[in-house]
Design a protein around this ligand. Structure first.
Ligand SMILES: [Zn+2]
Length: 312
């Protein structure tokens, strides 16, 4: 009876193979001869087996669940990748299409562009009349204290600044011979025969996007959404590719031209807050005539030279 107690104490370890050989022999010898201990042993073993089986089942269930979760993650990831590719493709298509459309207007020989902008409280309306090499610029400024100034420039292109740094991304700066007429409420001044470099252009929305790499990069970094501006259906484009995209712009669907940019705040190197103009652009093609280049009567003006000296 005393031996039974010892054997029964050892049984759990014996079943789990934790006992040494001598003990095993002792237990096995005892089990052969003791009905009661054999019964206990059989029951224990059965219980353990059942226990192991449920453990096994649980393990399989867990693995299945885990695998299902992985599958779901894979599918979600795949959906994200596919959505990204489709969206980038969509943007590439829109940008390429707008670029194509704008090409016709960028090289237009005859256009009239009006720009309205508000920059640091100064309201400016600038107009460009372009007829081949002839340009007329009218810049009307309304300051915060409601003082109005109109500068009209008649310019004729005489050359192009060769190979500027920006020649590939922006229209090259052109040289113009020009007469300038300035009119305020108190004075009328004319400065004649100036030679000045300037860029006069139609506002194509996507300057410099002329290869596949730029197209992909611009598509990835910019967001393009359908929008309306002054009742016209257009695209709203914003992103990180360049300053204009960064602040956002409205692009005409039919011409690929910029019709508005958003004003944005900036800080200059002196730590002063300023604002980059938000502007609105209006275009008219084929309507400029020679009549737009008839200069005013010089006798109404005080003549200055380029150094602001009044000449006799
Ligand atoms: Zn026994």
């Amino acid at each position: 009876m005393k031996e039974c107690k010892v054997v029964q104490d050892l049984l759990p370890n014996y079943i789990e193979n934790l006992t040494n050989e001598e003990t095993n022999k002792f237990i096995e010898e005892h089990l052969k001869n003791c009905e009661q201990c054999k019964k206990i042993y059989d029951n224990m073993k059965k219980d353990l087996n059942v226990d192991n089986k449920t453990k096994e089942k649980k393990k399989v269930k867990f693995l299945k669940k885990y695998r299902n979760k992985l599958r779901v993650l894979e599918i979600i990831l795949l959906i994200i990748v596919v959505a990204f590719v489709i969206n980038t493709g969509r943007k590439m298509y829109i940008i390429a299409d707008l670029n194509n459309k704008s090409e016709e207007y960028v090289n237009s020989e005859n256009y009239h562009r009006i720009t309205y902008s508000l920059d640091n409280g100064n309201y400016t309306k600038s107009e460009i009349f372009s007829l081949g090499d002839k340009k007329k610029l009218i810049i009307t400024t309304m300051t915060e204290d409601a003082r109005k100034q109109v500068i009209t420039i008649y310019a004729t292109k005489t050359g192009t600044v060769p190979d500027t740094k920006y020649a590939t991304t922006y229209p090259p700066t052109e040289i113009y011979k020009q007469n300038m007429y300035k009119e305020t409420e108190t004075e009328k001044i004319a400065i004649l025969d100036l030679e000045i470099g300037m860029s006069v252009d139609v506002q194509k929305a996507f300057w410099g996007v002329d290869n596949t790499k730029d197209l992909i990069l611009t598509a990835i970094t910019s967001s393009i959404n359908k929008a309306t501006f002054n009742g016209e259906e257009c695209y709203y484009v914003s992103g990180t590719q360049n300053i204009l995209l960064n602040t956002g712009m409205y692009v005409d669907k039919d011409t690929g031209l910029m019709i508005a940019t958003m004003a944005s705040e900036y800080e200059n190197p002196d730590g002063e807050k300023g604002r980059i103009a938000g502007a609105e652009y209006k275009y008219e093609f084929g309507a400029v005539t020679e009549d737009d280049f008839v200069e005013p009567d010089i006798n109404d003006y005080t003549i200055q030279d380029a150094n602001n000296n009044i000449s006799e």
